[in-house]
Design a protein around this ligand. Structure first.
Ligand code: ADP
Length: 504
């Protein structure tokens, strides 16, 4: 390969560079005010499938995070002054570049995140779809006129961009969790500072590289890397940052909400999930088992939408478990780059330890284990799929967001008890219902305390839908026409003292 003028050239693994058609997509510095910036230290980024170091990202100093805030603050004025059309044109160039570089972006994602290559390709399409959606929606970010209760006045609302938005994103969907937030914010006229997870910074930095190529002006899209608590605290404390959008654990979400209280920031939070997957008695058990496998094991179960608790009618329990176990046996665990692999590694050794703890706790409390095929000659970041039966509410696997390929089955006797059990969680993100009886389906759909209920379909997300949770699963919605709400203010105006219109 020809010598490349890469930042940190020589520090990125040649094995990584050789896998990219465009090696310049592997950026290792932070992106602030249109410049690639080095901080104090380097943080190694490893491939969870083999623990090899892929490269390094820079760890910024606090003063550099402040610079990013100032740059975004300054860039806000000219960016919001552009017409929606002008911003949309730049966003569509960014969108097109994502799709042109889909293969490289997907490979980078597999290398740092571990998921299967086909899933990574799907995520790039999914990520790009939010950019297109919000570029289009920006031109329809209407206010409203209000029939006046005041004589000789006109009343109306405008939707105004809120200002600088801080976006803190997780490692399980390293591309789409950024675009879903950033596209909404940028399209409506905000500028953004993205703090990606340290496990998966390269996907975020590649997005910055493409934003630069798309002509998104300096300061409008910034990516800061390094110490998460320090960076988050700096962003939350700043008066110049007007909105915070976070996707991650409920634990960290609560810390950030506290930190934002002082400046009364607008906060949107996509936090944990503990999705029930409900099989109704009139459902084809094999079809339900296959759907439950899909809803459980995507991204190796590291998905806030993953089916955590699978509720099955007692009379069909054994049949369901047999069908689920048979389907689970077919799942291939391995390096996400290999063809035919369904489940990649978990993100880290700690994630494996947590998965094992969940299983041990359940077994101690009386669950029965049915394990999938053990992966051969894989490193210790891999965790093979597990099915637990006789799961009860006192087990961590029932209470906590699993975030691993561990499925728990619970038998139920009637739909009313089932509804109480399904809602017996502090979380309220997604729920799945499989069945035919419209009365049961409707009862569940209305009774489930979850922000998203999917009936007879595992696939439920996408750009046009309002993604978000109830209870401790979060605040606000992402995607759909509601996605702008998190990054805009409604300004009401009253234009009084007007002449009476003739004829009125
Ligand atoms: P997960 O359990 O999915 O890893 P986390 O909530 O731990 O979710 O991480 C999501 C994001 O929050 C990441 O970008 C991470 O760097 C950031 N983060 C983790 N811990 C903290 C913290 N104490 N303060 C602020 N941000 C944090």
């Amino acid at each position: 390969m020809a010598a490349l003028n890469l930042p940190y050239e020589g520090k990125a693994s040649n094995a990584v560079l050789a896998q990219l058609d465009d090696a310049r997509l592997l950026r290792q510095l932070a992106y602030i005010n249109g410049k690639w910036v080095a901080g104090n230290d380097d943080i190694a980024v490893t491939n969870p499938a083999d623990d090899h170091v892929l490269g390094y990202v820079t760890s910024l100093k606090k003063s550099q995070v402040d610079k990013a805030i100032n740059a975004a603050h300054k860039a806000f004025v000219p960016w919001r002054a552009l017409s929606a059309e002008q911003r949309a044109t730049k966003l569509m160039s960014w969108h097109d570049l994502l799709l042109e570089n889909r293969e490289d972006l997907a490979r980078l994602m597999v290398l740092e995140q571990g998921k299967a290559l086909n899933d990574a390709r799907g995520e790039i399409d999914y990520g790009a779809s939010f950019i297109r959606w919000f570029a289009e929606e920006a031109r329809r970010a209407y206010g409203e006129t209000i029939p006046s209760h005041i004589p000789n006045a006109q009343l109306a609302t405008l939707r105004e961009p809120i200002g600088v938005a801080a976006l803190i994103t997780p490692w399980n969907f390293p591309n789409a969790m950024i675009t879903r937030k950033a596209a909404a914010a940028l399209a409506i006229g905000c500028t953004v500072i993205v703090k990606p997870a340290n496990e998966t910074p390269f996907s975020a930095l590649a997005l910055a590289e493409l934003a630069e190529r798309a002509g998104i002006p300096a300061g409008v899209f910034n990516v800061v890397t390094g110490d998460a608590p320090m960076i988050a605290a700096t962003l939350c404390a700043s008066d110049k940052v007007k909105a915070l959008s976070f996707t991650g654990s409920t634990r960290v979400g609560k810390i950030l909400l506290e930190q934002c209280a002082d400046t009364v920031k607008k906060c949107s939070m996509e936090l944990g999930g503990n999705a029930p997957f409900i099989v109704l008695p009139d459902m084809d058990i094999h079809e339900a088992a296959n759907a439950a496998i899909d809803a459980k094991f995507q991204t190796s179960g590291q998905d806030c939408l993953a089916a955590n608790r699978i509720f099955v009618p007692r009379e069909y329990h054994d049949e369901f478990v047999a069908a689920f176990a048979a389907g689970m046996q077919k799942l291939r665990v391995g390096n996400g780059m290999q063809k035919g692999v369904d489940l990649g590694p978990l993100i880290s050794r700690q994630a494996v330890e947590k998965a094992q703890k969940l299983v041990d706790d359940a077994l101690e409390k009386g669950a029965t284990l049915l394990a999938g095929k053990s992966p051969q000659s894989l490193n210790s970041n891999f965790f093979h799929p597990v099915l637990l039966t006789q799961v009860t509410p006192d087990m961590a696997v029932y209470r906590e967001e699993n975030f691993c390929p561990v499925a728990g089955v619970i038998a139920y006797d009637n739909v009313d008890d089932l509804l109480v059990a399904a809602n017996d969680t502090e979380y309220g993100l997604a729920a799945y219902v499989y069945g035919n009886d419209i009365r049961d389906i409707w009862k569940l759909m209305r009774g489930l305390e979850f922000g998203m209920v999917s009936v007879n379909s595992v696939k439920m997300t996408g750009h046009p839908i309002p993604f978000g949770g109830m209870k401790q699963s979060g605040l606000g919605r992402e995607g759909s026409r509601h996605g702008f709400d998190e990054y805009s203010e409604i300004k009401y105006y009253c234009l009084g003292g007007l002449p009476t219109a003739s004829g009125c």
